[in-house]
Ligand binder design. Structure first.
Ligand code: ZN
Ligand code: ZN
Length: 303
């Protein structure tokens, strides 16, 4: 891997809860985790159980490079279990040499650090965030923030898009934030990661609207890769899943089409759907938006 690439790797593609077993071998059973290699920066989106295997792979890569410290920024979309439950088992968090920047939404009730502690750490897990040996910086994000990595430094800077003077440089990585209200109870953040002339939009745990989510269409405009929630078949959605905060492949295709996305990846697979059902949903979606794939563990997309 060179530091000149923009790569998306899928480590967890499943929604709600992990489902290992023979029926989920093709698309995977781990919950949400996406790795983005953006030049020399490592950005991880969400800490579902997929982050555990990613952690072991990061240790392997570190060993290969003579033991270089693991430096990563973890962006959380929201605090639901399937997006946080892998964090206590993320091996780099237990290495004193690791540097982890953990960023995610500030909810009305609490700051991110408190929310993370409540979500996955004591009393339901023996080790607290502060007891983990890695160096961690935890910061809540507002939807008026933008996260920026410049070429020289490996840590993120956070700017208020309305009030701060952003130091633009040709090689900076920009993370734009879009708040979606279409997910219970507090909504979630959709991130757009932009580097050079390429971008990825990660839009999981969001439900489509009648006439398409036009705010999201605008946010995802001309993106190279749209990763979009597609948890339910249309018939299941209409039967009893309206208002549950998830989309259908058709809703994902509508956003991809209107946003002029180059490629669409269907994400957050329903844990009760077997590989064959997801393959059928993928096939149906390709009729609506041909450049569509259903996410699977191990999928790697070079932008
Ligand atoms: Zn979820
Ligand atoms: Zn959720």
């Amino acid at each position: 891997m060179t530091s000149d690439q923009f790569i998306a790797r899928f480590w967890g593609t499943r929604g709600s809860f992990p489902v290992p077993g023979p029926q989920t071998v093709r698309y995977g059973g781990n919950t949400t985790c996406l790795e983005l290699q953006v030049g020399k920066h490592l950005i991880i989106i969400d800490a579902g159980t997929g982050i555990i295997n990613l952690g072991y792979d990061l240790l392997r890569r570190s060993r290969q490079q003579g033991g270089t410290p693991i430096i990563a920024t973890l962006l959380l979309t929201h605090m639901h279990h399937d997006h946080t439950q892998g964090f206590p088992y993320f091996p780099p968090a237990y290495m004193g040499t690791s540097i982890l920047h953990i960023l995610g939404p500030r909810t009305l009730e609490e700051e991110l650090e408190d929310a993370l502690n409540h979500a996955v750490l004591p009393p339901s897990f023996p080790v607290s965030l502060r007891e983990m040996p890695s160096f961690k910086l935890v910061r809540s994000l507002s939807e008026t923030d933008m996260v920026v990595f410049d070429h020289e430094q490996s840590w993120p800077h956070i700017y208020n898009v309305y009030h701060d003077q952003i130091q633009h440089s040709a090689d900076m990585v920009q993370v734009h934030i879009h708040k979606s209200y279409a997910h219970p109870r507090n909504g979630m953040y959709i991130y757009r990661i932009q580097w050079r002339d390429k971008s990825v939009v990660f839009a999981t745990d969001t439900e489509g609207y009648a006439g398409t989510d036009r705010r999201l269409v605008k946010f995802a405009c001309n993106t190279d890769l749209l990763i979009h929630d597609a948890q339910y078949t249309t018939s299941d959605y209409l039967a009893n899943k309206q208002g549950w905060g998830h989309s259908t492949p058709q809703m994902a295709c509508e956003v991809a089409e209107l946003a002029n996305a180059h490629q669409l990846v269907l994400f957050h697979h329903n844990p009760t759907y077997h590989d064959q059902q997801i393959a059928e949903m993928e096939c149906e979606a390709q009729k609506l938006f041909p450049r569509t794939l259903a996410a699977y563990e191990g999928l790697e997309i070079v932008l």
